[in-house]
Design a protein around this ligand. Sequence first.
Ligand code: DOR
Ligand code: ZN
Ligand code: ZN
Length: 430
Amino acid sequence: MTTVLIQGARPYGEGDPVDVLVEDGVITDIGSIDVPDEAEVIEAGGHVLLPGFVDLHTHLREPGREDTETIATGSAAAALGGYTAVFAMANTDPVADNAVIVDHVWRRGQEAGLVDVHPVGAVTVGLKGEKLAEIGTMAKSEARVKVFSDDGLCVADPLLMRRALEYSTALGVVIAQHAEEPRLTAGAQAHEGEQAARLGYTGWPASAEESIVARDCLLAQHANARLHVCHVSTSGTADILKWAKERGTKVSAEVTPHHLLLTDERLATYDPVNKVNPPLRTGSDAEKLRAALAEGVIDCVATDHAPHAVQDKDCEWNSARPGMLGLQTALSIVVETMVRTGLLDWRGVARVMSERPAEIGNLSDHGRPIEVGEPANLTLVDPDTEWTVRGVEFASIAANTPYEGMRLPGVVTATLLRGRITTREGKIAP
Ligand code: DOR
Ligand code: ZN
Ligand code: ZN
């Protein structure tokens, strides 16, 4: 039997510190507990104990771009960031649009053993937006694919999107849309606004996102299907989501840490580390997104962790690839933007980082309450200590973090996956 005793932790940051006993992957006691023989002890020092984080939106680049991230290195970054489960997007090379690839990704994740890596299946063959991929086969494969997305690209054809939504209901899976009307973003480089105009970048209008979100909410409502909206970036999208939820549409949505904190003012440096899809928007968009997350109009935080090679980022803005690392900074950005501002307490952090994403992704053993009898997928957070971001120190192969050199609050001091310590004091546990 493997036994871990977490001594003196504060579940959800509430009340006096308690001890939490974990035996064979399950929480078996909470209270004042004597150290059992042969138990591994984690001295929690009154830190905050949360359910392990779940990331609905990660790019792990394997297969195809193992020079930037692998399932093993991405799993390490995730575990160090406090995650116990991640969903790996389908825009790999080859694309994860069939059972062979998704099962391969699932198995590699289990071999790495640091987080559960749930492959996302592509909605359309080769992400080409022309015909539906074998969604049913992937849903029933060994990987039991639960989320489907062409992320990186939008399922722009309304007929295909409608069919995908209809199938998804029958299969009990969810379609996650990267909402970007491609006709409105041809050549787009930055949020359409003053900043893009000043710098001479082709604008990326808010309407490109909002028109697809509105359309898809209507398609989902009529099909009585569930829809998940990836990386909400505009204030208008938050309004549409609120409207759709009020009229009973089964829609959920995520926001990235970078859209909560960063704005298009960053573009003045011309540094492509700030290039991302959807683009950084204005300060008032970011403010609205923080309020929408606090209110539950936006359900959860997802990283859109997007590793890129130096040559794809350290180049002229227009040829740089969009995307930024997120797994090892997500919690800190949430602490900075949501906890320190009083918008969320630690219960709220558990909701947006763990419980809601687990529900949306249909995971029954993550995002569970910290209670006796529940699986021990747990994250211990030192809420006050600040640290300095250094991209080269991340477990990711790539280093494209927009937070380089920033001091951020909140340190993940331990992560447990089914009762096994995966990280401790910022290192992968032996
Ligand atoms: O910035 C982004 N990077 N947005 C996406 O939708 C795709 C992602 C990637 O794969 O790099
Ligand atoms: Zn996307
Ligand atoms: Zn993405």
